[in-house]
Ligand binder design. Sequence first.
Ligand code: HEC
Length: 146
Amino acid sequence: MAQGCVAVAGKHVRTFSALSRAWRACALLALLVLAVVPFAASGETVSEAEVTVTFARDIKPIFDKHCVDCHSGWFPKAGLRLDSLEGVREGGRSGPAIVPGSPEKGWIPHSLRLPEGRRGKMPPGEQRLSAEESRLISTWIRQGAR
Ligand code: HEC
């Protein structure tokens, strides 16, 4: 837009008033853009807040299905319990399993991202989380993992 403004201004440099008219038009346009953009952005935030992903409702069923056979009980694998929110937040042998707010950090996202056959890929073997299950976990962590 700035380039457009310079181009417009350049064509009318002959008179001072034409120049100032061009700049006024550009300033008006800039104001319009500044006024509209925050509304568009806040609209998105509102619609996301409507679907808060929770451990109890959305995530526990996924972990129950794919993870708790090994990650619960007296001796959970790698010291990591995935049958309760407390367990997930405590993390395992290697450190934090999740970092609330940062879906790319922590060992759970890491282990889910690894390609099949790689050591540490979770769940081990041929089982895979569905795209929807992975998306839910990622959204859950981004929203603060509650
Ligand atoms: C068949 C048993 C089994 C299942 C099912 C399983 N895991 Fe694991 N998990 C392990 C073992 C064994 C390790 C230790 C791996 C190693 O040391 O290389 C481990 C390690 C991990 C770690 C690393 C923890 C740390 O602190 O070192 C994470 C994170 C993890 N699993 C997450 C998951 C998630 C999430 C699921 C379900 C999607 C899952 N696991 C399902 C057996 C399992």
